[in-house]
Design a protein around this ligand. Sequence first.
Ligand code: APR
Length: 232
Amino acid sequence: MPDTKIVVISGAGISAESGLATFRDSGGLWEGYNIEDVASPQGWQENPRKVLEFYNLRRKKAAEVQPNEAHKALADLEDDFEVVIVTQNVDDLHERAGSTDVIHLHGELRKARSVKDEALVTDIGSDPIHLGDLAEDGSQLRPHVVWFGEMVPMIEFGAKEVSEADILIVVGTSLVVYPAAGLIEYTKPNIPKYIIDPAEPQLFNLDGWVHYKEKAGSGVKKLIKKLKKEHS
Ligand code: APR
């Protein structure tokens, strides 16, 4: 049983029940903000203060909320399986729930980096970043998050994990943002694939997938109970 590797691809929906807004649901973040303004290199050039405010607010909110049942159930899954979480989320709720192997495809709110040297990354905890806050190289700090139009350096690590999965679980992502959405193509043939989302998965053929049409909290727990039973 410890030989069975489960890879989980998660998105904003897994943190919704903790109180963090998703991006594309009604009332989601992209209804209240213009993506280009706050999550693109152009937005940063035009109004860095606005970009910093957006992520300062996200960081503050993420620090105020708690991991929910879905995050916790996935952390507990490590008792019985090898588990790797490949998340698009920039919050740290998977880690705070106890997951030990988490790949953040789109960066992390609790880190900042130099605008000039992307390798110069520093932990900032839940503190805000202000204009004038400098990295070690003397240049402005920016959020350590991937903006639209930027490379996703962690994608190759995510793809490697997915290619080794014996079971794939997708939870709380609309799977519309690439390259993350393309990860599901890297699986070995015929492995069990589960998607947990209260909405209908829109963009791919559901052949070979089992859809738990419910929220992450209840759906993840239900699925994990079944997997533990099957693999005990
Ligand atoms: N439980 C599970 N899924 C949920 C829940 C819930 N309680 N509530 C909403 N969802 C689902 C929605 O139905 C939707 O399919 O979560 C998904 C959220 O989709 P998006 O808002 O598009 O979030 P995500 O897929 O993580 O976005 C990908 O886009 O802008 C970016 O960089 C940002 O990482 C993000 C990327």
